[in-house]
Design a protein around this ligand. Structure first.
Ligand code: ZN
Length: 242
């Protein structure tokens, strides 16, 4: 069986037998991959760094005994500073959970891989507000997954929504509601004009170029929006409060 070489990020690891770990990887070419990392818990194992959460590198995999296995890895990025800042670590771990819930085995995930790697890098190496970085990840994730929220026209009637009438976002239908449609029964959540503008600006220019305030990033709302689309709950205790 020939080996497979792929870039990957470790989304999770679990103990597996005495010296091994089972890794959940995100690969741009292969989507979500479960692979045994044999011997990585032995002292001095060259695979230890490759089996840590957030590790990004070039993994060499082979199929054997009905499983994928890691035979070697060149770790190019460990995002080490995440381990020294509890707050940033929480948001980074949340992004891994979203990626794990979204990625499918055998389905290409090039855009998700790139988005995750860039977002982890912002959390680890910049002073950017971690809440805003995580909210931007959720927003871009929605866009690349085909459910970019509608932020200028009403999702119910299609009418243009003026800033002055923005009060609600319809989670179920994926966008703003105009003044006339706000009374209709729907899974709608409060949204301010500044939050709507933050989402428009970040979609257009990216989190690095937006001049909108991080405080206007609607993280909790976008988290709920993504969970509704994935139809999976994702642990987020304490992330969006305060
Ligand atoms: Zn309407």
């Amino acid at each position: 069986m020939p080996s497979i070489v792929t870039q990957a990020i470790v989304l999770r690891h679990a103990d597996y037998r005495e010296h091994d770990r089972m890794l959940t990887l995100l690969s741009p070419a292969m989507g979500r991959v479960e692979a045994v990392c044999r011997g990585c818990k032995r002292p001095q194992s060259p695979l230890l760094a490759a089996s840590e959460w957030f590790a990004l590198g070039e993994y060499v995999l082979y199929a054997g005994k009905g499983r994928m296995n890691v035979s070697s890895c060149n770790v190019t990025e460990s995002f080490f500073p995440l381990r020294t800042d509890y707050d940033r670590l929480l948001y980074a771990t949340y992004l891994l959970s979203v990626a794990e819930a979204a990625a499918q085995p055998g389905e290409r995930a090039v855009e998700l891989f790139t988005l995750l790697a860039r977002s982890l890098s912002r959390l680890a190496y910049t002073e950017k507000d971690p809440k805003a970085v995580a909210a931007a990840f959720l927003l871009h994730f929605s866009a690349i997954s085909g459910y970019r929220p509608r932020l200028s026209h009403c999702v119910r009637c299609g009418r243009r929504v003026e800033d002055g009438e923005i009060r609600l976002m319809d989670i179920e239908n994926g966008g703003l509601l105009c003044g006339r449609c706000q009374g209709s029964l729907t899974a709608a959540r409060p949204l301010t004009p500044a939050q709507a503008q933050w989402m428009r600006d970040v979609l257009e220019k990216g989190i690095d170029k937006t001049e909108c305030l991080p405080a206007d990033a609607p993280g909790a709302l976008l988290g709920e929006y993504v969970e509704a689309r994935l139809e999976k709950p994702i642990r987020h205790e304490g992330l969006w409060e305060s």
